[in-house]
Design a protein around this ligand. Sequence first.
Ligand code: ZN
Length: 162
Amino acid sequence: MQIASNMVVTIDYTLTDDRGNVLDKSAPGGGLTYLHGAENIIPGLESALAGRAVGEELEVTVAPEEGYGMRDESLQQVVARELFGVVESLEPGMQFHAASPEGQPLIVTVIAVEGDDITVDGNHPLAGMELNFAVKVTDIRNATEEEITHGHVHGAGGHQHE
Ligand code: ZN
């Protein structure tokens, strides 16, 4: 069986930056399970996995345009501490749910704290970066009709509906 649209795929992966620092890694024995062809994962990784079979290992370098996009400097801004309400101590690295000027949900990361001036960055932490994935395909199965309709995987490693 080879990876194609409407298949549920499980991979083990290690993600490193261009200096070899590990940024992310699938849990041992866990893996990442996704629905192929449904934009569940970044485009550069999804296209590299097409046609692969269980047991195949590959190394994929993904450019920002095929990953988490380029950085948008307008998403980095200084805001007032009072916007954080009850949060007692703000420190660089903390993340909060916010909304973009267009109303899209956004996760912002605090990058600097100077008195009441808090600098936040709404870019994805991996935006603008070239990403190196070492991937092993560990499982492939056909998606159910319901999974295809929903656009995501159900069951182990996927969405749990009531
Ligand atoms: Zn669902």
